[in-house]
Write a protein that binds this ligand. Structure first.
Ligand code: BGN
Length: 320
């Protein structure tokens, strides 16, 4: 009786506050499990690694094989220091955006594909940052920036298809599809393909380090060039923001492939702030209509403007 009486006497604003508080607590409880999304354990990573080297890399008999266990098993904290180091950038060892470690023989090669348009300030941060981050991992890698050189709506899927085609021509066995605005924070986050597609950016500050849903593959995704080919790449029909990654996740699942992830503490990323591109109002319709076998690597329409070597990356310019 007393309880009911006191509730009646509360002001509306207080009631609203209490309700909001309850919703917040409920949300926290519901999201709690997502911090511990299903992932492979640190001990098992070795079993899943896709260790393929680009055949163009010459092995030196006088050098040992590079050790990757040292990378993914290292104890680490979020490593903001590499952001500061990017200010005094030393390009040692990088030729046309590609790097081969000097003191050991790399065991794996990756092509980093960065789709891009009109975000110079982010590229200026991303490129030195990622070089500093990756050189420490002793892998062979090359960075490709695929730029949409027109004023039409951004077509990220098509740009990834173009980048993957180039990386395949250059015999890269593994692709890492990378948003230009995402910076990895854990030095232990080895950039490598696994035997199944791997979502790297599972713990992102924009989402309060919570994975929003299992099928999210946007942000940073690594998969073998062979799997990318089997999936027929991305749909070329999604323009503007949203959906192309979910449609790609559907391709992954339709092929009975799994989405693997490293543990959350190794998968932390920070996002550089930017204005969001116009949302694609057609994305729900496109999701339901797209036929993967007819829309992808086998149906690209674009004009290649140039492929040019910059000291820190290879730039592929296309008109869509
Ligand atoms: C989802 C977007 C993704 C985006 C994530 C994270 C859609 C399609 C709905 C059918 N998907 O909502 O593209 O990567 O959010 O921001 O909008």
């Amino acid at each position: 009786m007393l309880g009911l009486y006191s509730i009646k006497n509360l002001r509306i604003s207080t009631c609203v506050l209490i309700v909001l508080g309850c919703i917040a607590v409920l949300q926290l409880l519901l999201l709690y499990g997502s911090y511990n999304y299903k992932c492979i354990s640190k001990e098992d990573i070795g079993k899943y690694l896709y260790m393929y080297l680009n055949p163009k890399v010459v092995k030196r008999l006088d050098k040992p094989a590079c050790d990757y266990e040292m990378v993914y098993k290292q104890v680490h904290k979020d490593d903001w220091s590499i952001i500061e180091q990017s200010n005094q950038f030393d390009p040692s060892g990088i030729v046309n955006g590609s790097f081969v470690p000097e003191d050991c023989n790399p065991q794996l090669s990756i092509a980093i594909l960065v789709t891009y348009r009109n975000r110079q300030s982010q590229l200026d941060i991303f490129i030195p940052f990622i070089h500093n981050f990756l050189r420490r991992q002793k892998i062979h890698y090359k960075i490709f920036v695929i730029e949409q050189h027109d004023a039409k709506l951004f077509n990220k899927g098509l740009l990834y298809n173009v980048g993957a085609r180039q990386a395949a021509r250059e015999l890269f066995p593994c692709l890492v599809l990378h948003d230009v605005d995402l910076l990895p924070l854990s030095a232990a986050n080895l950039y490598a393909c696994l035997l199944q597609p791997r979502h790297l950016s599972a713990s992102l500050d924009k989402f309060r380090f919570v994975l929003p849903y299992y099928g999210l593959v946007g942000g940073v995704l690594a998969l073998t060039t062979e799997h990318f080919r089997q999936l027929n790449g991305f749909s070329n029909k999604f323009t503007g923001w949203g959906g192309e990654d979910d449609e790609f996740a559907a391709r992954i699942m339709d092929h009975n492939l799994e989405i693997l992830r490293f543990p959350p503490d190794m998968s932390r990323y920070t996002m550089l702030v930017h204005q969001q591109a116009p949302v694609n109002g057609q994305r729900f319709r496109l999701m339901s209509e797209t036929v993967a076998a007819q829309d992808g690597l086998n149906s690209m329409h674009y004009r290649s403007v140039s492929v040019s070597q910059h000291p820190l990356f290879t730039l592929i310019r296309v008109v869509t």
